[in-house]
Design a protein around this ligand. Structure first.
Ligand code: BG6
Length: 458
């Protein structure tokens, strides 16, 4: 449809990006800066941008909002200018079929409709879209949370596939937009040294940690109903685990990766089938992060302490497959912690036999893959300096460098090109809920205590 980088320099086809919820925070904070960066990086791309939102903005006001967000990334060039000249805004009720028809009929290219909307509004908009005829090839892009449990995710899938085919539905996960995924694919499958060891015979355990120093940041309306398990483990970290654990795909850019990830998720269950044994939850108390005083989560505006929402969740999963039987995968994420720690740690098993006569603690080798900024380190045992009979620890490190695009830039490129190769497939979205349901149920029954930690602690 649209031209790709480096392809035919002739007249590129225009694609139309329709943002529903254009006056909201997601649009100005994440989508527009990423779009500006994408257009600067790919100046031949032609995108018609249509914003629709509840605010009674004029086209001029909208254009200034877009310009400001683009400015944050120093966006410039012909693709940016063309977009700015023609962008329009609809002050509209996006749950009204008539108004949606008006917006869609203003599209000059194949529309990609981005739902930057709260889930309740998205559901009503999807129902309204059923009433109208969608232009050929329309792509629908939905943000998390995709449903609120496996039944509602399955029902949402059924509704969406009545509108457009599955390959025109993009369930957005910005972690998959990250170049991190491709870094993992390259590291695992473009070297012969890791993949032969990538199994339960050689790997002891895997930890995926995403600790944030950010606290609630005024997001109580969403977060107090979500909590860390849904916000991070269900939505993001299980997908990172799926990339790490998947079987080798044959090709990039087809369904291979999504299929391989789906197989991992289908095989995943709670370790020991017991949330009491395999999960932990906690909430932050008042404290200090980076010198900033942080109130207790329960005292944050908009929080209802009776909901017992966790701001830190940890869960261990098993993957029932030949490759991974017996290897625990522990996923953890917390907010308002003392330090940002975002990494995958692959711990190998100990060497079968260390020659008698070598001394010193020989902790098994460890591969650490850091997420944003992407880097890796391989911790190994060597004889090192000094006494040649003593084992020392050494670390080989490498930085992957930033990707060409922001995560949301990669996502938008996929949506505009109709190639949502890394977005979450319908079936996987249901599996993600299936996997965490026993934990949510057990926490509802109060079988796992809600611990507390001071904001800023480790
Ligand atoms: C979002 C979560 O999806 O991901 C946030 O809703 C979280 O709570 C964020 O902070 C983390 O991703 P990133 O890329 O901002 O580090």
């Amino acid at each position: 449809m649209t031209t790709e980088r480096g392809s035919d320099p002739g007249q590129p086809e225009t694609s139309s990006l329709v943002i529903l919820g254009a006056s909201g925070d997601l649009t100005s904070r994440l989508l527009l800066p990423a779009l500006g960066q994408l257009l600067t990086d790919q100046p031949k791309r032609r995108v018609q941008l249509l914003g629709a939102g509840v605010e009674p903005w004029t086209d001029d006001h909208w254009r200034s909002v877009v310009r400001t967000s683009f400015g944050a990334r120093e966006a410039a060039g012909p693709a940016v200018e063309t977009l700015l000249d023609a962008t329009v805004y609809f002050a509209a009720d996006v749950t009204d079929p008539q108004e949606l028809t008006t917006i869609l009929s203003a599209c000059i290219g194949r529309p990609a409709v981005y739902f930057a909307l709260p889930p309740m509004v998205s559901a009503r908009t999807i129902a309204a879209l059923k009433e109208i005829e969608l232009p050929e090839g329309t792509v629908l892009a939905l943000e998390k949370p995709f449903g609120s449990d496996h039944q509602s995710a399955a029902a949402l899938n059924a509704q969406l596939t009545r509108l457009v085919p599955e390959d025109q539905i993009d369930r957005v996960d910005h972690f998959l937009g990250n170049s991190t995924v491709f870094n993992l694919v390259g590291l695992r499958f473009a070297n012969r040294i890791f993949e032969p060891l990538w199994n339960s015979q050689h790997i002891e355990r895997v930890d995926i940690v995403y600790d944030e120093t950010l606290a609630l940041e005024g997001r109580a309306r969403y977060y107090d109903n979500a909590g860390a398990l849904r916000d991070m483990i269900q939505s993001h970290l299980l997908l990172v685990m799926a990339v790490l654990a998947m079987e080798p795909p044959s090709r990039i850019g087809t369904g291979d990766i999504r299929e391989a990830m789906g197989a991992v998720l289908r095989a995943t269950r709670l370790w020991g089938d017991s949330a009491a044994v395999s999960s932990r939850r906690a909430v932050y108390d008042a404290g200090t992060v980076d010198g900033r005083p942080i109130p207790a989560y329960a005292d944050e505006p908009g929080v209802n302490p009776a909901r017992n929402t966790e701001t830190l969740a940890e869960a261990t999963f098993a993957i029932d497959s030949w490759r991974w039987a017996g290897v625990p995968f522990t996923l953890r994420s917390g907010k308002a912690l003392g330090e940002k720690r975002r990494e995958i740690v692959v711990r190998f098993k100990p060497a079968q036999h260390i020659p008698i006569g070598l001394t010193g603690a020989a902790e098994p080798a460890k591969l650490r893959i850091f997420l944003g900024p992407d880097a890796m380190s391989l911790e190994l045992n060597i004889n090192g300096p000094g006494d040649p009979l003593t084992i020392d620890r050494t670390e080989m490190t490498a930085e992957f460098g930033p990707g060409a695009l922001l995560a949301y830039g990669e996502i938008l490129a996929g949506i505009l090109d109709g190639k949502p190769s890394l977005s979450v497939r319908g079936e996987a979205a249901v599996e993600l809920w299936r996997i965490v349901t026993p934990i949510l149920d057990s926490w509802d029954r109060d079988e796992v205590p809600l611990e507390t930690y001071p904001a800023g602690s480790a």
